[in-house]
Write a new protein. Structure first.
Length: 252
């Protein structure tokens, strides 16, 4: 994994190199419904996971344009690989909304930590002493099979309503149900993440509106202060752009 921040130019160059490798594993990814470890290691090594991580944690504070170009380049070799790379970049960005202690724990092993996001409120959280108890199942969680952490969305009772929050779970706190049998994009391994009454300390949670409004903690980088709706389409559209540039499409 890289030991220094990755620029947009470096990320694109790494993505182009990785695309030539990923294309050789694309059919295997489709049949096995998961990317090859060689490809997942390449995604991390190229710098996708760290690209939107705050600079003070060893990340890049990257740009939307830089990610768009790099993900599209990788997706020309394997669309599923491009999708997973985009997901990990998005997960790194989500971590910037955790309280400071939560960010320190999330990136304790470095900025190349593989963080995935389960964006829809498919679970519930109950306040307990020191934090929360979280239970839920989040389907279509792309790249979950090689994740280190997950940020899952659950509903929290508040003033007579149920308000969406995100909670950071380490890999030891969630299971994976094999549910991804889609005809297309099978290589993304978008299986169901399952958490059962997991304790989450208070410093590992934040209201979803903070991300929606761009209220990052400890960072004024544009990639963190931009409201989520401005960037959400980028993470979904970049892999499709790369796939569209390949005549006849690309399996995986």
């Amino acid at each position: 994994m890289p030991s220094s921040p990755t620029s947009g130019t470096d990320l694109r160059a790494g993505a182009q190199e990785l695309a030539s490798l990923a294309v050789r594993y694309a059919e295997r990814a489709d049949s096995e419904r998961a990317l090859s470890p060689v490809v997942t290691e390449g995604i991390l090594g190229a710098g996708f996971a760290r690209y939107f991580v705050p600079a003070r944690w060893g990340g890049r504070d990257g740009s939307a344009t830089g990610l768009l170009e790099a993900v599209a380049a990788l997706a020309q070799g394997c669309t599923s690989a491009g999708w997973c790379a985009s997901v990990l970049a998005g997960g790194g960005r989500m971590g910037a909304y955790l309280p400071e202690d939560g960010q320190a724990e999330l990136w304790a092993r470095g900025a190349d930590t593989a963080v995935v996001g389960a964006l829809l409120p498919r679970g519930g959280a109950t306040a307990v002493s020191g934090g929360w108890r979280v239970t839920g199942e989040w389907d279509c969680t792309s790249a979950v099979g090689f994740s280190d952490w997950a940020l899952v969305c659950a509903l929290v009772p508040q003033d007579g309503r149920r308000v969406p929050w995100f909670f950071a779970l380490p890999r030891s706190d969630y299971g994976i149900a094999d549910t991804w049998t889609s005809v297309g994009m099978r290589g993304t391994g978008s299986h169901t993440l399952v958490a059962d009454n997991v304790f989450v300390p208070a410093h590992r949670g934040f209201p979803r509106r903070h991300m929606t409004e761009g209220r990052a903690v400890g960072s004024d980088a544009r990639c963190h202060t931009a409201p989520q709706p401005l960037l959400g389409g980028l993470f979904l559209g970049a892999p499709a752009l790369g796939a569209a540039r390949v005549p006849g499409g690309r399996r995986g």
